[in-house]
Design a protein around this ligand. Structure first.
Ligand code: ADP
Length: 501
């Protein structure tokens, strides 16, 4: 390369270059250096290197290291040009040597890295923004007033948020790596089954409701709704589950209140109807009696029949009102049981007697199987007889004419178990527990037997519970008959003191 070529090469280099002697006086500079750092004229006129006055210390250090034989590369500097534009410059300082190898000065190469630097800055900003967004999402995940967790395919917790950890009663760390079965055993069967379904269908399962207890407040039943969503890897394989849990206790409570309110409305309508119905025959009977009053020829028999009709209706109304008063007293805790040790068979016999009119009205066959062994209980015989009368009357009323009613009593462990079974219209499965609620009647109302106001079973349940017992209903469904089972604790035996062993 001749001198002219070298000059051309230097002039066209994209890097600005300058050469200084050991005192940092200019020896030579490339045209680009001249433009970028505004050094016009002969470089030798610029006696001292005055560029970058803001970082003289760095220059001084670089110079002494370079004169010691090192090459120094500085990180990119932000450099403001005279026209106000910003340039990022990467400096490289290196010694220049004479042919003898002696260091005669410093060469500085200034590379404009503005483009790269701006791209890096944009990337850095993007990373900062992503960090900020991630922090925000983490904060939300952590503090959301709903439960969130991520499970692997084996239902091990990979992460869980604070809300859910509190519900599970364990710190967050105690969840990680453990299975749902270990952390929340009560929920495990439901979640495992849902996970199996999701693994086979790939579809999320939403709004699975469950009842649970959280450590705080202790002992209070709470209701939750749970949704499980599959999490996929890049190949579309399910690698785990995202779980969202939220509490629906309040929603349930409001729903229950609305339901009670609806039932109350229905009840008032039924009650009005039931109280009005007997009034017509009573009015009629009174009318007949009035007519007979002045009629000397009226037979005793006619008067007696009219009085009987009126009496029957008055009894029915009185029973309805009694039931109502009784349930109100019970729900206000104002009932005192008149307990006595009684054989359950006697109570059942009395109840069957009281139900005879209903059984006969339906021409039902009755089968009674009372335990040979006496079933002694400490209870209020009048109220218990009322419970069984209610059950037997219902069996008679909700069974088509000519049905079969079976009553059985037996001992099971420390309990007496009474069963009243019929082959009547049955009860839909989903209503088996709600029929014990106050004013509950199985829909549609057209199946209602006359004379009922939906209080009998609520009353029966309250009385049985007051005796420390339980009542439940079973039915295979509509048209398949019903069975009511009452369990009462047997009277405590007088125990012989245990022999010292
Ligand atoms: P009601 O006065 O309406 O009979 P209950 O509280 O005694 O009120 O019963 C509540 C509801 O339960 C009834 O309306 C009826 O729909 C249903 N039920 C009760 N016993 C039977 C039964 N043996 N068979 C079918 N349904 C029954």
């Amino acid at each position: 390369m001749n001198g002219a070529d070298l000059q051309a090469f230097i002039e066209n280099m994209p890097v600005a270059a300058a050469m200084f002697d050991c005192d940092m006086k200019y020896v030579a500079m490339s045209p680009r250096w001249r433009v970028d750092y505004e050094r016009a004229g002969d470089p030798r006129e610029n006696r001292h290197c005055e560029i970058l006055p803001e970082i003289p210390q760095r220059w001084r250090e670089a110079r002494s290291r370079v004169l010691g034989g090192e090459t120094v590369i500085s990180p990119a500097d932000r450099f403001e040009r005279a026209d106000g534009s910003i340039q990022w410059v990467r400096w490289e300082f290196m010694p220049w040597r004479a042919a003898s190898g002696e260091i005669c000065g410093v060469v500085i190469l200034a590379e404009d890295v503005t483009g790269r630097e701006l791209a890096d800055a944009a990337l850095r900003d993007e990373a900062v923004e992503m960090d900020r967004q991630r922090d925000q999402i983490e904060w939300l995940y952590e503090n959301a007033p709903i439960g969130l967790c991520h499970l692997d395919r084996d239902l091990r917790y990979l992460c869980v948020n604070r809300w859910l950890a509190e519900i599970n009663g364990l710190p967050i760390e105690a969840h990680i790596g453990r299975r749902v079965r270990e952390v929340a055993p009560a929920l495990a069967p439901g979640i495992e089954e849902s996970a199996r379904k999701i693994l086979s269908t790939g579809e999320a399962l939403r709004d699975i409701e469950f009842r649970g207890r959280a450590p705080r407040p202790p002992g209070v039943a709470r209701y939750f709704s749970l949704s499980l969503h599959p999490a996929f890897d890049s190949e579309g394989q399910i690698i785990g589950f995202n779980v969202v849990v939220h509490e629906v206790t309040e929603k349930k409570r409001i729903h229950a209140l609305c339901e009670t309110d609806r039932r109350k409305d229905e009840f008032l309508a039924t009650l009005a109807h039931e109280l009005r119905n007997p009034l017509a025959p009573i009015k009629n009977a009174v009318h007949v009696l009035r007519l007979l009053e002045d009629d000397d020829s009226a037979t005793k028999e006619k008067r007696r029949a009219a009085l009987e009709r009126a009496g029957r209706q008055v009894d029915h109304m009185a029973r309805l009102v009694d039931d109502l008063l009784e349930i109100t007293r019970i729900s206000h805790g104002k009932v005192e049981l008149r307990k006595a040790r009684t054989d359950l068979a006697a109570i059942l016999t009395q109840a069957i007697d009281l139900s005879q009119p209903q059984i006969q009205a339906g021409s039902h066959r009755l089968a009674v199987d009372l335990s040979a062994e006496p079933l002694q209980i400490d209870g209020d015989p009048v109220r218990l007889a009322q419970v069984f009368t209610n059950l037997i009357n219902n069996a008679a009323r909700y069974t088509d004419a000519g049905g079969r009613i079976e009553i059985a009593a037996a001992r099971e462990g420390e309990e007496a178990v009474v069963t009243v079974r019929d082959n009547g219209i049955g009860i839909p499965r989903q209503q088996l527990s709600s029929i014990f609620e106050m004013f509950a009647q199985v829909e549609p109302t057209c199946r209602r037997a006359p004379g009922g106001i939906g209080v009998g079973l609520a009353l029966a349940r309250s009385v049985v519970q007051l005796h420390g017992g339980r009542i439940e209903a079973r039915s295979e469904g509509l048209g398949r008959g019903s069975e009511f089972i009452v369990r009462l604790p047997l009277a405590a035996h007088v125990e012989t003191p245990a022999m010292a062993s």
